[in-house]
Design a protein around this ligand. Structure first.
Ligand code: T4K
Length: 393
């Protein structure tokens, strides 16, 4: 179905708006730091800029250790190895495929759990049913910055002797029940990819309060070195370089204004989409701390009058590059759907969300008027659908 003519009749075409358009921090600070990096000729390998970033991250998250990495996918792999995971690890299917790939890459079988329909995070009841004698861990994902229920998961982990860690890729700056994300489980892995609330171009960090685990991850991050010429085990190269560290420090300098901008966009979306039948905004209202980096709507086809994919195509036609994250769900992607065909159950909530969720543009590159335009586009499509239905009856 092509609704582009319906749109172009009612609204002016906006400039292209992307989901994932990066937030940029304090550029003057960034340039100054990069100049210093060039002058010092210390470009990577535990330089002073990354060391300063790590200590700021610890302070902000309220944790003892933050080990920066070159991206969260490698961070998850390091965590998986450092926690000695083998056999099976239970992970939600409704997540970016990196959560599952990191496990599979490390030779661990991802066992896919369904998610809670309201919070979109791993369903502890389903996790309990998936535990077998081969299960060694649970990897929760704080999707859209909405924290998993750490208490229920910690209880399950303790009941079954499992390791518990979190993919916190979306959740830097989020927290609930008096706890910032970063403080739960044995470790939590953040992504600082360009599309994230806090970005270092590419990057990430593993937060933990466990001294031994932090030291082990630090060694593994740098080829297994425990000192000069002293290798104590297998390692890889997952270090963050100094320029990425400089980007992190410049993000810290503007964090509050980016946060407030995201918050305004979230509130404007909430107002702008209110009352449109069949559009439900994923609520972040219950969180004590939030980065509001993801604007997520669920489209109910029967109420709205057309499918999520039709809405997405219509938005694309008017330059709004909405994304259907995380379609079709890891369990329906390769290699998982073939490898684990025999044992993958239907995941009804995940499958419904994969067919109904749409992410809308936000971030500090957007103006308030851009948000208004996205909402107007969705509203006018809803009106157009309603009038077609009215004419048909
Ligand atoms: N766990 C979870 C739950 C995750 O969501 C992710 C990553 C990870 C783990 C792994 O973290 P990292 O290893 O990446 O640190 C993007 C990101 O590449 C990925 O980091 C992110 N999640 C995922 C949700 O989104 P794609 O395939 O959607 O990327 P792409 O290139 O299509 O870009 C997304 C949008 O952002 C586009 O509309 C263009 C826009 N964009 C992107 C970049 C890079 C820009 O405007 N400027 C840019 O510089 O995966």
């Amino acid at each position: 179905m092509d609704f582009s003519s319906e749109f172009s009749d009612c609204i002016e075409l906006p400039p292209t708006l992307h989901v994932g358009c990066p937030n940029v921090g304090d550029r003057d600070l960034f340039h100054r730091l990069v100049d210093e990096i060039f002058s010092s000729r210390r470009l990577t390998n535990d330089g002073p800029v990354v060391a300063e970033l790590e200590s700021k991250l610890c302070e902000y998250l309220g944790v003892r250790h933050c080990v920066t990495v070159c991206n969260a996918t490698l961070g998850l792999q390091l965590a998986c190895r450092a926690l000695d995971l083998t056999g099976e690890v239970i992970v939600p299917s409704f997540t970016f495929v990196a959560s599952a790939h990191a496990l599979q890459w490390e030779g661990v079988t991802p066992v896919f759990a369904d998610v809670d329909p309201i919070r979109h995070t791993i369903d502890p009841d389903h996790v309990a049913r998936l535990v077998t004698s081969r299960t060694t861990g649970i990897l929760g994902v704080h999707l859209w910055g909405s924290p998993c229920n750490p208490t229920e998961l910690a209880q399950l982990a303790s009941d079954h002797g499992l390791r518990l860690f979190f993919d916190a890729a979306h959740a830097f700056g989020c927290g609930n029940h008096g706890k910032m994300v970063g403080q739960s489980g044995e470790c939590e892995v953040f992504s600082f990819h360009a599309t994230k609330f806090f970005n270092t171009f590419e990057g990430g960090a593993i937060a933990t309060n466990d001294d031994a685990l932090a030291a082990k991850i630090r060694r593994m991050r740098s080829f297994g070195f425990a000192g000069v010429d002293h290798v104590v085990g297998i390692g890889t190269n997952a270090k963050m370089n100094e320029v990425c560290g400089a980007m992190g420090l410049s993000m810290f300098a503007d964090l509050e204004s980016i946060l407030q901008c995201n918050r305004r966009h979230y509130l404007n979306y909430r107002d702008g989409l209110a009352g449109i039948d069949g559009v439900r905004l994923f609520s972040l209202d219950h969180l004590e701390h939030c980065n509001w980096q993801y604007i997520v709507v669920e489209i109910d086809e029967s109420e709205f009058g057309c499918s999520r994919d039709d809405v997405m195509r219509s938005l694309h036609d008017v330059g709004v590059l909405a994304r259907r994250y995380f379609y079709p769900g890891c369990h329906r992607m390769e290699p998982y759907r073939t490898l684990y065909r025999e044992r993958i159950d239907r995941l009804p909530v995940t499958e419904r969300l994969c067919d109904s969720v749409l992410c809308l543009p936000t971030g500090s590159a957007l103006r308030e008027s851009d948000v208004d335009r996205v909402c107007a586009a969705i509203r006018s499509l809803a009106d157009a659908k309603r009038s077609v239905i009215r004419r048909a009856v």
